[in-house]
Ligand binder design. Structure first.
Ligand SMILES: *Cc1c(COP(=O)(O)O)cnc(C)c1O
Length: 408
């Protein structure tokens, strides 16, 4: 490959720094030398702000007043009754500003960038959700915002493109490769290499080279820190099971973090099974992929026999990514988290089920987690992260139903 920046299974890599930023064998920094100083600066400044009382106070204030945290937990009694399960509690990230968990990370990194004296934010987006969250935070913090997006995704996600432009962001079309998220990420890194002095690359999931997976986990851990305290307060104990959907893995790692040391709590991550288990038919990286390097880190990757990244399919744009965060690869191998896949059809069924039993339209991403919960009922308490609301997916759902020729 003739790429000069982070892409696929790239050859222009430097060795990962010792065991720093590793989760078992996974993670690391497979990046061109030109990016190393920026990652070192980022690592140093991140470590400084997380122990800085002023930074934490500012983040806390904005999480409360701007994002609307803490988000509630809600007992979905109608849903649980219908699936014949014990109590099911939803962590309501759909009620966060902009309608999903992505704002937690965008806000944390936006504040970090400002602290670092960076005035320009670079981001990439597939479905547009991370682009919207980033553009939102940039508008509020007074930062310039450039969002790379594949031409194909721009066509499919016109509403989010318009939203980003309304928020004052510049959306730059990417015409290389498959013109989707994977190519947008490569383009964003290419920009960063030449603008490192005044630009901050704001990654949208728990992926990328160290220290990004750790940074994203830190800012998304608010989900499980809150949920664990909330469920103990309401029920006097821990849930039997915690479930979240996994795309790149940011809402999942944030949902799992506070429970990983609770040995009795079963933890489940649900990937997109798409239309089947064949290569290219799904985005179930941990189910059907193998370890390799993608976007600066060693982790499970969907690749063919030659190590080329394969195309993915999922009804949910937010899960449609051929990689997964390195910590999830580690948690899978360690056997601490169980990973499973749910297909398009079952996710759609769960979308309808939650809508009609609870009056909550879930995003198609967490509909995968809900479908898994519906198929695996237990007598004990299940906590599921409802990572986002489904308004953005109404079109996709209508289209899928149209293809079947009926609305149920
Ligand atoms: C983007 C998105 C996801 C997938 O991203 P993760 O990094 O895996 O969390 C899940 N749910 C919603 C609502 C999203 O917008």
């Amino acid at each position: 490959m003739a790429e000069t920046t982070l892409t696929d299974t790239d050859t222009t890599t430097s060795a990962p720094t010792a065991r720093i930023g590793r989760f078992g064998p996974y993670g690391g920094q497979y990046v061109p030398e030109t990016i190393m100083p920026a990652l070192e600066e980022l690592d140093r400044d991140f470590r400084a702000v997380i122990v800085d009382a002023e930074f934490q106070a500012e983040l806390g204030r904005l999480l409360a007043d701007y994002v609307g945290r803490p988000t509630p937990i809600y007992e979905a009694r109608g849903f649980a009754a219908r699936i014949g399960s014990g109590p099911v509690w939803l962590k309501r990230e759909d009620l966060a500003h902009t309608g999903a968990h992505k704002i937690n990370n965008a806000l944390g990194q936006g504040l970090l960038a400002k602290r670092m004296g960076k005035r320009r934010i670079i981001a990439e987006t597939g479905a547009g959700q991370h682009g919207v969250a980033t553009a939102t935070v940039c508008a509020m913090l007074g930062l310039e915002c450039v969002v790379y997006m594949g031409e194909e995704d721009i066509r499919r996600q016109a509403l989010n493109v318009y939203r980003m432009r309304l928020l004052g962001a510049e959306v730059r079309p990417v015409t290389s490769g498959t013109r989707t998220l994977k190519d947008a990420i490569s383009e964003a890194f290419r920009d960063w290499v030449t603008t490192i002095q005044d630009s901050y690359y704001l990654i949208g999931s728990a992926v990328g080279p160290h220290p990004y997976p750790e940074i994203v986990k830190r800012f998304q851990s608010v989900i499980s820190t809150e949920a664990r305290a909330q469920i103990i307060e309401r029920l006097g104990g821990l849930p039997q099971r915690v479930v979240a959907c996994v795309g790149g893995g940011s809402n999942a790692i944030g949902s799992f973090a506070a429970f990983v040391d609770d040995r009795d709590v079963e933890i489940v991550g649900v990937e997109a099974g798409g239309r089947g288990s064949g290569l290219g038919d799904n985005a179930a990286t941990l189910q059907t992929g193998a370890p390799g390097v993608l976007h600066g880190a060693y982790s499970y990757v969907l690749q063919d026999a030659d190590g080329q990244i394969v195309g993915t399919h999922s009804i949910s744009a937010g899960l449609d990514y051929p990689g997964v965060g390195p910590e999830h690869s580690f948690l899978k191998d360690a056997g601490r988290v169980r990973y499973d896949a749910i297909g398009d059809r079952d996710a759609l069924d769960a979308f309808f089920l939650l809508s009609q039993t609870e009056g909550i339209l879930p995003a198609l991403e967490p509909a995968h987690a809900l479908a898994w919960v519906a198929q695996n009922p237990i007598p004990g308490v299940t906590l599921v992260t409802l990572s986002g609301r489904g308004d953005k997916d109404v079109h996709t759902v209508a289209e899928a139903m149209g293809q079947e020729g009926a609305l149920r």
